[in-house]
Design a protein around this ligand. Structure first.
Ligand code: KIV
Length: 274
């Protein structure tokens, strides 16, 4: 484990630590990971929350939306992430239709994720409509993260990726949903692609932390898809993505050199042989 990146902070991130970070005004850093190797880098670099997001349907599996990924698939990825992590808290996205049919099925599936993957919590999209499920899960000891605003599992209903919460009615319903999730026991809420002023208002209105993505700096933490911020996923780049590296070019360049070396008979050398 990398204690230096984690600083003098706590050894293992828990819901209790996340709650205290909001109280102490410390920002929460969250990124996605779908595999052992990436999870290990993120953990070593001091990321607080690692989300095994259903964005893996797009970034890892190459689908156009998050909808196709299955519970079994996300559980497979979650297990690999868990093996790479010492300090971060791992949250697993509950895939489309693994919890929407009824609270009992969602509860059972969330229980499977906790029991079979070793993750620290689950995430559901939606507000009041999942409040009963959130209550049931948290009563059973399952930490739940909510997700409001542009919830990608509803993309076909929204009809596109335009920001949510722009009208007074929609803004009010996002705030009401956030309060309902908090009341039901959620420990944090992702706010995706909503106006910064609304996200700041929701964050001030809640005791639990908000984790923003395209929701401005007033949130208690930020989340990004790791492949976006590392410059690996090139299909599209939303305005809220800040590129911290351009790994796609790095990988192409390195692989290109390897291919040339093999074809030119420059690899392997005598030193690289037995
Ligand atoms: O699936 C995902 O990666 C997410 C984050 C973008 C919040 O839900």
């Amino acid at each position: 484990m990398n204690q230096s990146a984690a600083g003098s902070g706590p050894k293992k991130i828990t819901t209790k630590v996340i709650a205290s970070m909001k109280q102490e005004g410390k920002k929460i850093a969250c990124l996605t990971a779908y595999d052992f190797l990436t999870a290990r880098f993120l953990d070593q670099a001091g990321v607080d929350l690692i989300l095994v997001g259903d964005s893996l349907a797009m970034v890892f599996q190459g689908h156009e939306t998050t909808i196709p990924v299955t519970l079994e698939e996300i559980m497979y990825h979650a297990k690999t992430v868990v093996r790479g992590v010492d300090r971060s808290m791992i949250i697993v996205d509950m895939p489309f239709m693994s919890y929407q049919t009824n609270p009992e099925e969602g509860f059972r599936n969330a229980g499977r994720v906790m029991k079979e993957t070793g993750a620290g919590g689950v995430k559901f999209e939606g507000g009041k409509r999942v409040a009963d499920l959130v209550f049931k899960a948290t009563q059973a000891g399952i930490p739940v993260m909510g997700h409001l605003g542009l919830t990608p599992q509803s993309i076909h209903q929204f009809g596109g990726y335009t920001p949510r919460g722009a009208t007074p009615a929609e803004a009010k319903s996002i705030l009401d949903d956030a309060l309902a999730l908090q009341k039901s026991g959620a420990f944090a809420i992702v706010l995706e692609k909503i106006p910064a002023a609304l996200a700041a208002k929701v964050s001030r209105s809640l005791k639990i932390p908000t984790i923003g993505i395209g929701a401005g700096s007033g949130c208690d933490g930020q989340v990004m898809v790791a492949a976006d911020m590392l410059g690996l996923y090139e299909e599209f780049q939303p305005r809220f993505v800040r590129r911290y590296a351009n790994l796609a070019d790095t990988v192409r360049e390195a692989v290109g050199r390897y291919v040339r070396d093999v074809k030119d008979k420059n690899f392997p050398s005598r030193d690289e042989s037995y």
